[in-house]
Design a binder for this molecule. Structure first.
Ligand SMILES: Cc1ncc(C[n+]2csc(CCOP(=O)(O)OP(=O)(O)O)c2C)c(N)n1
Ligand SMILES: [Mg+2]
Length: 214
């Protein structure tokens, strides 16, 4: 397991899920999807259970968590009610699970969460609110200009904002390093305090592999 967590982080909570419980959630969703009970696209997680359980120990339950199209594990681990997550999924909104208590927001747009998360972190600072903001992004998202700008702004203005890069070396079906003609994995040395891990997913970018993929 390759995972990089800055030593400065402090444990904030006990995580209530085991790796198997997370896997079971996705397995059931995959079955429902294969049985054509879910009408919208789904993006399933696998292979990053241990990494995420470790990372969520550092996330306070009152903090803000931002995720992407592949958000079920993050939502569960932050304490979003599994039935609410399933409601989103069955309504075809798997890519945009959100919740006010706990604070959780996700978007299907690559980099879509980043400026929003930055605004929340800025607002928290202005209001002297101690809540931190955590952004989970894929390795391709982390290669974008927006990621660089949001990271730079958050550091220069000392916002309470943390970034986690989840590296499967894939952008949909394209190896990220081929798209950019660069070395294989994300260069986390450019972003010293980014939390970073690598993983391999058994599921395709979206769906389960049973239905037609685009
Ligand atoms: C603005 C925008 N461009 C393109 C897409 C299509 N798209 C969805 S996910 C994705 C790849 C993102 O790769 P990465 O950030 O590594 O995330 P992963 O799915 O591997 O976790 C792309 C190009 C999109 N959703 N939004
Ligand atoms: Mg990726």
């Amino acid at each position: 397991m390759y995972i990089r967590i800055p030593k400065s982080l402090k444990v904030k909570r006990i995580v209530n899920y085991t790796p198997q419980e997370l896997k079971n959630f996705e397995t059931k969703i995959a079955k429902n999807y294969n049985d054509a009970l879910i009408k919208g696209p789904i993006h399933l997680s696998h292979g990053n259970e241990k990494q995420l359980i470790k990372i969520f120990k550092y996330i306070d339950k009152n903090d803000w968590v931002f995720s992407s199209w592949r958000n079920h594990y993050h939502a569960l681990l932050h304490g979003v009610n599994p039935n609410l997550i399933k409601k989103f999924i069955f309504e075809g909104k798997s890519m945009s699970v959100s919740s006010k208590n706990p604070n959780f927001f996700s978007s299907s747009i690559v980099t879509g969460i980043l400026p929003i998360a930055l605004g929340v972190a800025k607002s928290n600072t202005l209001k002297k609110n101690k809540r931190a903001v955590w952004c989970f992004v894929g390795d391709m998202t982390a290669e974008t200009g927006i990621f660089n700008e949001v990271y730079k702004y958050s550091k220069n203005f000392k916002l309470k904002m943390n970034f986690i890069v989840e590296d499967n070396n894939l952008s949909t079906n394209t190896p990220t390093h081929k798209a950019w003609n660069k070395s294989k994995y994300f260069d986390h040395k450019k972003y010293p305090d980014v939390i970073y891990y690598r993983y391999k997913n058994i599921y395709p970018h979206h769906g389960t592999g049973k239905w037609v993929l685009f």
